[in-house]
Write a protein that binds this ligand. Structure first.
Ligand code: NAD
Length: 363
């Protein structure tokens, strides 16, 4: 299959590959859509087995960013970048400066930020050579670590689901099987615990797991056992594609509400969850708090103002209203939640594209 026939490439505005001989940088930047504004999405550094695998990943992720940014009603399009390499052994400031030069060649149609394997310090190294990066730690507009805001959105989504399924305003008596207690999962665990939930958790980082479990009174299970936990809610906060044909038959929960990106291995899994009566809170809707926080930095920079937590709160509250709309429509239209979320995102992206096309014709 060629790039142009790949279903993941469909509707991408551009894909850019970069190689820097001096630092060994191999990077791909995918721009899915700039209809709603500059494409914004993180940079992932991963030891991909092949450039084909990296390409597939960046294409899937960049489309996801278009949908996430549109659903959160941000004036941003979707894009993503990947650096091929081992983030534990191959990172240097020079590598990220070379990456920054790559981003700079795109002239601001794409903004990079942190993602898996890439830290605030790495982004700061890229910032030295290009203004087109976000998620910094210093300066009045800096938005810092997005994880607490992501966790807050997932927490409020859990409350929304509890209201709907169990008719209660807190989580007293409900059990949550939590997979991954890293940046987002750790904050989420504290919030769920404070709201009365009983937690069962896992992580491959056992030292961190014991620490979080001790402060939240959680029961610990082995990584693979999390799918068999008899809980009310499954909260995936580690990897993508954990909702797949192998795990589906093991889950006995009534709802899936977690932060991980790309939770559904395929869209058919979303249909199957719906058929089984398991409420799936769409991942890119409920984990949008982090990108809202990043967007606040772009907004402040463009306006020459400072980071504004009130703006972040307004956007997050609106996102939660969109979630309510999705959950409501799923019941009234008898359609899976992921389909309704996609329809909302696509309508917003298409409306912006149509408007741009009309403006071009009028000019
Ligand atoms: P993180 O790397 O800090 O945490 C992930 C945790 O998962 C780690 O503690 C890791 O040890 C654990 N883990 C890895 N493999 C595991 C396995 N097989 N079983 C159990 N645990 C495992 O990442 P994060 O920033 O907390 O993000 C978590 C998820 O949420 C990711 O999928 C990420 O893409 C998504 N997300 C994060 C943000 C954000 O603001 N950080 C925003 C949107 C989406």
């Amino acid at each position: 299959m060629t790039l142009f026939d790949s279903p993941s490439f469909a509707n991408h505005e551009g894909v850019h590959a970069f190689f820097d001989e001096k630092t060994g940088l191999k990077a791909i930047i995918a721009i899915h859509s700039t209809a709603r504004g500059p494409a914004v999405g993180g940079t992932r550094m991963w030891n991909y087995d092949s450039s084909a695998e990296a390409l597939e990943d960046v294409l899937r992720l960049s489309r996801g960013m278009s949908y996430k940014n549109a659903v959160a009603d941000l004036e941003m399009g979707g894009g993503k970048s990947v650096i091929i390499g081992d983030s534990r052994t191959e990172k240097t400031p020079e590598l990220f400066a070379a990456f920054g030069r790559a981003v700079d060649t795109l002239g601001g149609i794409y903004y990079a930020a942190e993602d898996v394997g890439v830290s605030v310090e790495d982004i700061a190294a890229a910032r030295a050579v290009t203004p087109w990066v976000l998620g910094l730690n210093d300066g009045p507009e800096a938005s810092g670590d997005p994880s607490p805001v992501t966790a807050e959105g997932v927490y409020r989504s859990t409350l929304a689901v509890a209201r709907r399924l169990w008719n209660q305003d807190d989580l007293t008596g409900l059990s949550v099987a939590l997979q991954g207690i890293g940046h987002v999962g750790g904050y989420l665990a504290d919030k769920l615990y404070a709201a009365g939930a009983k937690l069962v958790m896992t992580d491959v980082n056992t030292a961190l797991l014991e620490e979080v479990a001790a402060r939240t009174g959680a029961e610990i299970v082995a990584p693979d056992a999390i799918y068999d936990v008899k809980a009310d809610i499954y909260a995936p906060c580690a990897l993508g594609a954990t909702l797949n044909p192998q795990t589906l038959d093991r889950l006995t929960v009534k709802a899936v509400v977690g932060a991980a990106n790309n939770q559904l291995a395929t869209p058919e899994i979303g249909e199957e969850l719906f058929a089984r009566g398991i409420l799936y809170a769409p991942d890119y809707v409920i984990n949008g708090g982090g990108i809202i926080n990043v967007a606040s930095e772009l907004r402040a920079r463009q306006a020459g103002t400072a980071y504004d937590p009130a703006w972040v709160e307004t956007k997050l509250s609106r996102l939660m209203e969109t979630l309510e709309e999705i959950l409501e429509r799923s019941v009234s239209e008898r359609r899976p939640t992921h389909e309704i979320a996609a329809a909302i995102a696509e309508a917003r992206i298409n409306a912006a594209s149509d408007l741009k096309a009309a403006q071009r014709r009028a000019a």
